[in-house]
Design a protein around this ligand. Sequence first.
Ligand SMILES: Nc1ncnc2c1ncn2[C@@H]1O[C@H](COP(=O)(O)OP(=O)(O)O)[C@@H](O)[C@H]1O
Ligand SMILES: [Mg+2]
Length: 387
Amino acid sequence: MDLLPAGKAILIVALCGRALAQSARRAGFAPIVLDRFADLDTRAVAACALKIPPGRTGPLASQALLRAARTLAPPPIPLLVGGGLEGRLAVLAALARGRELLGNPPEIVARAVDPFALQDLCRALAVPFPETRADLPPERSGWLIKRRGAGGGWHVRPAETVARLHPRDYVQKRVPGRPVSVLLLGDGSRSRALLASEQWNTGTPPHFKGVLAPAPLPPGQVQNLARAAAAVGTALALRGLASADFLLADDGQFHLLEINPRPGGSLEAAERALGVNLVQLHCAGCRGRLPPTPPEPEAGFAGTAIVRADRDLVVPEGFDWPEWAGDRTPPGARVRKGQPLATVRAQAAEADVVRALLVERERLLLAQLEPTPVRRRREARMEGVGP
Ligand SMILES: Nc1ncnc2c1ncn2[C@@H]1O[C@H](COP(=O)(O)OP(=O)(O)O)[C@@H](O)[C@H]1O
Ligand SMILES: [Mg+2]
């Protein structure tokens, strides 16, 4: 921490700021990171990293976040925002006051994340978007309830399972397909598609698990998604990196589901697949500059997958993290079953090899964190349930 500050200070605020912080450091910045985790590898590249507790209505408690930003990264240090603030426009505005916002201003975010505004825009641009309404239909089957400003898939529920709508809920027709996300780069007037990535979900409700970039799809399908994403991004006047999440059916039909008007979960895989520095491109885009020729994916595939604890656990002091593990939970922090523990990454010439490596590395990591029999006995004694 003390050895690193050389570079231009930048404030990074996100649910998980690690991938952004690493990219920012490689771009020559000295990141000050405020996120939920302050993981070991975030701290390793940050001039300063602080864990912000969850809030009542969002992933980051607003007062703690604003206080930390004021003291650790006062204006005019520029602000780069990742995922987690879409539903918190007043917080975004307060954070950005007096400094350059490397991202989209609150009024643009508000329009991008409003499903009804997006539905209207998609209709005007002839981009397929699932039928969306504000109230529950009389016949619930085939409809989903989703929450404005929420993310990660946790909020998506079948309409049959919901008794009453929350004020931020909306109702959307279920459409077929697998998740594919298009990474966009905008300069405030034009948006360009950089790359499509395959995404996958897990669990109930299905939530975000991993990314493979580039998505192994026929070029024609990628072009269709890229064209639709760029048209919507341009109409929204997005700045910097953003993503357009689609569902793509086997026959090539697709629907746009949402726009994430900031860099998100595909950043690390996309950066590896493209072989460029995405924070650098993001900052240039936010300052009105797009690269003359967009980066092309290099040969091969890159993937990342979130590993959640398979039981309540604590990472032991001195744990030897494999080099393919990121978002490394610091020792001593309690990780409850189902909470994020780390991210595994893989890169290979074949998409299937990347997918298999991610599964294998998740298994290996969880196995390495199994308590040894000696430690288990000692823990049991300390809890007063052992011999
Ligand atoms: N209209 C829909 N039809 C079918 N599945 C959907 C629909 N909307 C969301 N989903 C499922 O929920 C996941 C997350 O949806 P998304 O709109 O991208 O919200 P989030 O902000 O949580 O990422 C999608 O990948 C998909 O699996
Ligand atoms: Mg999404």
